[in-house]
Write a protein that binds this ligand. Structure first.
Ligand SMILES: Cc1ncc(COP(=O)(O)O)c(C=O)c1O
Length: 401
C-alpha cells in the first residue's frame, strides 16, 4: 500500500460513500433544497478551510491541477519566473511551465527543502512567485521565505501536496503563503484515490481559483453568470464520491499524523547512534507529518552500498522527484537558458546522493522509500526494520575498513 491514508480506508469512508450512492447526486452541484443532496464536496471544503484556519478552500481533481489553478489565480503569465526547489515532484515544474512561466530552480538544504539563504540570488526583474515545497511532510522555514517574498513583493504558493496535516510554528502548511495546494493521491497523508485542494485567505484569489476550476463560474455557480464571467476557466472539478472519501479521511488526519510521529520517534530512537549517519533537519518536529525518516550519510558511496543491501535506493536515484532525472524538464530549462542536468545544483546533488528515505508512512519506491515501516507497523516490526538498517550500516562500515 502506498500512503498512510490508504492504509486506513475503512467503515467511515464506506459510510460516506454509501450516503452519496443512496441519493443519486453525484455532481458537486445539486438541488440545495433537497435534503437528500449531501453536499460532500462543499462540506469537505468548509471543513478543510476550518482545519487550515483559512477563509476559503476549493476541492480540485489533483495536486497538479491545484498548483496550476493557484498560479493562474495569482496572475502568473508567460515569461514570468517562479522560484522552485531543485528537489520536488515533477508536477511543481510542469504546472509552472503550463502556466507559461519559467521554473527557476534553487538549492535545498539539510531539511531537503528549498534553502531560504539561496533564494535572493535567484530573483530577477521577471520573478513573480516562490513555490516552497514541504517535501516529505517537512514544513519549510516559512518565516524566512515570507520575509524574502515581502521584501521583493513576490507571491508565495505553498506546494503542500506531500504535507497535508503538517504545520509550521502552529500554522497549518498551505495557510501561510498567499495560496496553498494539496494532493489527495494515494501516496498522500489523506487520500481520495486522486484529488486535491487549494486554500487561501484572499476572497479574490478564491473567486479566481473557483472560476479557473469550473469554466469561469463564480463560487458555487451563484448568481447570474451570463455576461458576468470574469475569467476563462477549465474543468478541474471533483464529484461527490471524491468529496465523500476526502471528508472521511480529513476526519482522520490528526490521528494519522500523531500515529506517524509516534512510530517515527520509536524508529529514530533505535537508529540514532550510528556513526557517520544523521537525520535530515526537521523545521518543526512537532508539526511535521512524519511520513518519512530521511537519513543522511557522510559518504555517498556508503549510502549507496547500504541502500543496495536494503534493496532500496539513495534519493538522487529516486524517480520523478529529482530535477536531474527529468529529461523533459531539463530540455525545457536548457531552451530557457537555465542551468540544467546533473551538476547544475551541486549542493542538492550531493545531499540527495548521501540520503536514504526510510518509509514511516509513505511506501513508495518512486520516492526512494521502498524500505521501511508503515502506519500499521507494530513495535516488533519497527525493531526488526531498525535492526536490518543497523546491520546494513555495520556491514558497509566493516567492508570499508
Ligand atoms: C510535491 C508534489 N507536488 C505536486 C504533486 C502532484 O499531485 P497529484 O499527483 O495529485 O497531481 C505531488 C504528487 O505526488 C507532489 O508530491
Amino acid at each position: 500500500m502506498p500512503g498512510p491514508g490508504s492504509y486506513w480506508i475503512g467503515d467511515e469512508e464506506k459510510h460516506q460513500i454509501d450516503e452519496v450512492m443512496a441519493t443519486g447526486y453525484l455532481s458537486r452541484y445539486g438541488r440545495l433544497e433537497d435534503p437528500r443532496f449531501k453536499q460532500k464536496v462543499y462540506t469537505f471544503e468548509k471543513e478543510l478551510a476550518d482545519y487550515c484556519n483559512v477563509n476559503h478552500a476549493l476541492a480540485t481533481s489533483s495536486g497538479t491541477g491545484s498548483i496550476m489553478i493557484a498560479l493562474l489565480a495569482l496572475g502568473i503569465k508567460p515569461g514570468d519566473e517562479v522560484i522552485v526547489p531543485a528537489y520536488t515532484f515533477v508536477a511543481t515544474y510542469s504546472a509552472v511551465i503550463f502556466a507559461g512561466a519559467v521554473p527557476v530552480l534553487t538549492e535545498i538544504d539539510k531539511s531537503l527543502n528549498m534553502d531560504p539563504s539561496q533564494i535572493e540570488e535567484k530573483i530577477t526583474p521577471k520573478t513573480k512567485a516562490i513555490i516552497p515545497v514541504h517535501m516529505l511532510g517537512n514544513p519549510c522555514d516559512m518565516h524566512a521565505i515570507m520575509r524574502i517574498a515581502e521584501k521583493h513583493h513576490l507571491a508565495v504558493l505553498e506546494d503542500a501536496c506531500q504535507a497535508a496535516g503538517a504545520s509550521f510554528q502552529q500554522k497549518k502548511v498551505g495557510s501561510i503563503g498567499h495560496m496553498g495546494a494539496f494532493s489527495l493521491n494515494i501516496f498522500k497523508t489523506i487520500t481520495a484515490g486522486d484529488g486535491g485542494a487549494v486554500v487561501t485567505n484572499d476572497v479574490d484569489l478564491y473567486e479566481r481559483a473557483f472560476g479557473l476550476h469550473d469554466q469561469g463560474h463564480k463560487p458555487l455557480r451563484a448568481g447570474l453568470e451570463i455576461g458576468a464571467r470574469s475569467i476563462l476557466g477549465l474543468n478541474f472539478r471533483v464529484n461527490e464520491l471524491v468529496g465523500a472519501l476526502a471528508l472521511a479521511q480529513l476526519h482522520k488526519i490528526d490521528r494519522i499524523t500523531s500515529t506517524l510521529r509516534q512510530k517515527k520517534n520509536k524508529l529514530k530512537a533505535m537508529i540514532s547512534d550510528i556513526e557517520g549517519v544523521t537525520f535530515r533537519k526537521i523545521n518543526d518536529s512537532e508539526g511535521e507529518c512524519a511520513t518519512l525518516c530521511t537519513v543522511i550519510f557522510e559518504d555517498a558511496q556508503k549510502a549507496a552500498l547500504v541502500a543496495d543491501l536494503l534493496d532500496t535506493t539513495t534519493v538522487d536515484k529516486s524517480g520523478w522527484h529529482v530535477y536531474a532525472n527529468m529529461e523533459h524538464i531539463n530540455r525545457y530549462l536548457k531552451e530557457k537558458g537555465q542551468p540544467y542536468g546533473k551538476g547544475a545544483y551541486p549542493i542538492t546533488d550531493d545531499l540527495l546522493s548521501r540520503s536514504i528515505n526510510l518509509s514511516v508512512g509513505v511506501v513508495d519506491a518512486g520516492l526512494g522509500s521502498g524500505f521501511g515501516i508503515h502506519i500499521n507497523s507494530t513495535d516488533k516490526e519497527i525493531e526488526i526494520m531498525a535492526g536490518q538498517f543497523i546491520c546494513a550500516c555495520n556491514k558497509v562500515e566493516q567492508r570499508s575498513l
